[in-house]
Ligand binder design. Sequence first.
Ligand code: NAI
Ligand code: MG
Length: 350
Amino acid sequence: MALIAILPGDGIGPEVTAEAVRVLDALSLDLTFEEALVGGAAYHATGHPLPAETLDLAKRADAILFGAVGDPSCDALERSLRPEQAILGLRKELALFANLRPAKLFPGLEDASALKPEVAAAIDMVIVRELNGDVYFGEKGFRTNAAGNREGYDVMSYDEAEVLRIAHVGFRTAQKRGGKLCSVDKANVLETSQLWRDVVIEVSALYPDVALTHMYVDNAAMQLVRNPGQFDVIVTGNLFGDILSDQASMCAGSIGMLPSASLDANGKGLYEPIHGSAPDIAGQGKANPCATILSAAMLLRHSLGLDAAADRIEAAVGKALTDGARTADLGGSLSTRAMGDAVLAALEGL
Ligand code: NAI
Ligand code: MG
């Protein structure tokens, strides 16, 4: 019996999470669900965006399904109490260092992509982004420099152990897919990137079945738009991965379609749609639940080893879309619940 923590959060988070739980329920797996408050919802109820009970549940659970956090009514709060601190706190407390973001264009969604349909149709990749290091976590501050000017600084650094563990995730992900790994860095100008590249090359000796290439990040940004079909798995650092994964998501159509996993070293993970709480459409039953449903599939695959069940969910989403089910972001008019119904109906028909 696996325990799944359900953290719906704010805005459309509860709406989309409910549909993902319905889909998980329909598979009749040996799962129990326990729900807790997170983000603005938790702040309003308890005074903190990541209450101790929620963190405790996240630690006890075998995996976490997360909606989204972000609440405009909390905008004036000091930074440590803002809803977004909850997701940063969970990543840090649970040592979730590997962020997997698949970007794939589902059949029929070519028109939703920012790219030409024939270019977009070839997108099927996973970006593996390091999540616990890099410039976001280095020494940072403000000072007045020798010229008397105000200066902001953020130190970029990676330790070889940090690169090693994310490199292994990259190679293993490539082994399970098309066997191609592209490591993205800026080794022509950054020492951090030179170390990154050296370590990735060392690790590659253990994966002779994976074809490793290297690409500078500026070229990678260009290639993602020019010819995204060339990529199978990309492994990269926190900053480059943040930017490239958002870029890749828009190439693959709606933000409402894309799931993600954030994993620790032991297979435990937090699974969430890549989108936020979408306050502009919250409470209207308009949100596309597919990103969260596909996140639930990733949960079954990566944390519970239930690959067949994950395959079924992914196939059901594909079938619902092929049959014409569309929420507003995809140019249709189905409600969040009706889209969930369409996926459930497709699941039964498989
Ligand atoms: P957002 O992703 O919430 O929304 C961007 C746009 O996409 C909006 O127009 C929204 O309506 C639309 N959209 C998003 N998800 C959708 C879905 N499932 N179906 C249909 N349309 C969808 O990003 P935004 O507006 O920048 O941020 C809103 C709040 O969410 C902020 O407080 C932000 O900090 C937070 N956020 C939280 C994240 C998380 O919980 N991991 C990630 C990103 C943002
Ligand atoms: Mg981002």
